[in-house]
Design a binder for this molecule. Sequence first.
Ligand code: PGA
Length: 252
Amino acid sequence: MAGKILAANWKMNTIPADGVALVSEILNQWPDNHRAHTIICPPFTHLAFIAELLKNKPSFSLGAQNCHHEKKGAFTGGISVDMLKDLGVEYVIIGHSERRHIFHESEKDITSKVQRVIQAGMHVIFCCGELLKYRKQGLETSIVESQLKSSLGALSDTEMKQVTIAYEPVWAIGTGETASPQQAQNMHKTIRHWISKQWNNDIADKCSILYGGSVKPGNAKALFMQTDVNGGLIGGASLNAQDFKAIYHAMI
Ligand code: PGA
């Protein structure tokens, strides 16, 4: 059985002091029942502060939104996986559509980052998803499968166990438009089937596949009820502690 995961992707929002206040509010009366894992992915500047708050909270992990694909060196502005690991980061989001489309990260960049994170012994939250124009042409499955194949295809069984997948249809991110529960389930099932073909049934069954794209308290339950939806990657709604808690309750 795949573990339930709720991940917060704050993107480029909040200053560190606001981030600390937000996590404190999330932790206050959080139903710490170990039935699901929660990952907070704040901006880099917040990581050290938030690591302190999440210490001794086994059902929480710290995540980063990006990393550099090289180990170290003359890459001004770059953040290495070793830097992140040293701060207590366990998960790194790779392949987010904003990185693909706004920062023009190529499949090659994304694949190198995946490998770097895996080699460091950390977990990847691998994002995939199609643009609206491809869904309109009925090409969503082939787009998502090609993203998976190109960045994850070469991983060994053991390495694949360090991967969580987030299906995020690009047309649903930050738009208020969500995939219907059926659309989400269909794609998640396709992804799980692809994993079982590429590796095996056990790895496929245990891989958490999250849905992301305008998840809100009002639509979370219907999405999370789907058999192959194991949780969510939440953007906008994770910036509000009450909404984030309500989404968590809808999941467990
Ligand atoms: P959203 O973002 O929930 O604001 O749509 C999700 C994401 O980009 O991870």
